[in-house]
Design a protein around this ligand. Sequence first.
Ligand SMILES: NC(=O)C1=CN([C@@H]2O[C@H](COP(=O)(O)OP(=O)(O)OC[C@H]3O[C@@H](n4cnc5c(N)ncnc54)[C@H](OP(=O)(O)O)[C@@H]3O)[C@@H](O)[C@H]2O)C=CC1
Ligand SMILES: O=C(O)[C@@H]1CCC=N1
Length: 267
Amino acid sequence: MTNNVYFIGGGQMVTAMIRGLLRQGMAADQIGVTDIDPKRLAWLKANLGVRVSATPDQAALHQAEFVVIGVRPQDNIKQVVQAIAKATPTGTVLSIVAGVSIATIAAQLGNNQTPIARVIPNTMTEAGYGTNAVSLNATADQTAVVKFLSAIGKVAVIPESQMAVFTAFGVAGPNYIYHFFRAMSNAGVLAGLSRNQANELLLENLKGAAVMLTDQHPEILLDRNNSAGGVGIHAANALAQGGFDAAIADAVLAAKATTESLGAHHD
Ligand SMILES: NC(=O)C1=CN([C@@H]2O[C@H](COP(=O)(O)OP(=O)(O)OC[C@H]3O[C@@H](n4cnc5c(N)ncnc54)[C@H](OP(=O)(O)O)[C@@H]3O)[C@@H](O)[C@H]2O)C=CC1
Ligand SMILES: O=C(O)[C@@H]1CCC=N1
């Protein structure tokens, strides 16, 4: 288990990561957090018992095994990285900021020796599913980083060139399913089911579909479910006319383009 972690930015994603570390048995006093929102810090201290400070704690930054940049792409990343550089970190700098490249962080740190890991964490890991993707610079220790990230779920080490598609397809991935769930639930209510009936049927089908799709191709499953001239094939035709496939593809491509653009202004 990691000895000491320091988070800059204590929002939703960092909170999920801290919960994962605590679940794995890390002591709360081994975790430090700074955030510009005092209310957020008070909440973190009261609910998770971690160490908090209103400004970056230089000594903690210096000695942390992992310094995690957990602010948003729109925040002042340069200022955050410069605060880290000032503390001459001895551990790995781990960024979860969507779209911001390892090269950008290295340039702002002002050296190429500090180990850097760029991570895109997945909130699905809270449920025991979902993959967190990570790319590393040349000096980062892959085994140590993967071990640290294993506390929050499954880990895939990927080339940085795949980070945008992992973000758009994998990490934003649960969103498409939530949108589908909501649309399908409303369709059931529109067609005459109660909300509870619709959601129960939907959840049961979603779980079953996940099992079926684990080892069977969707085209085979669809063929089996669509009788000639029957119910399913008419529904499929309506979905095609509504642009279902194209809407999904456009959503993933929009998310990928956004990931790339979010980090661009920091380069
Ligand atoms: N939520 C998600 O599902 C995922 C998020 N991410 C990434 O995680 C990062 C955080 O996202 P999320 O947790 O949703 O965002 P949040 O807005 O919940 O958290 C960001 C926190 O950082 C604080 N902050 C801003 N600037 C600074 C600063 N200079 N120093 C210290 N704290 C600061 C913010 O305070 P204030 O609000 O007062 O500005 C806020 O509390 C993002 O970069 C995002 O791309 C990655 C994968 C998934
Ligand atoms: O929506 C977002 O910006 C974050 C990053 C990827 C998924 N959630």
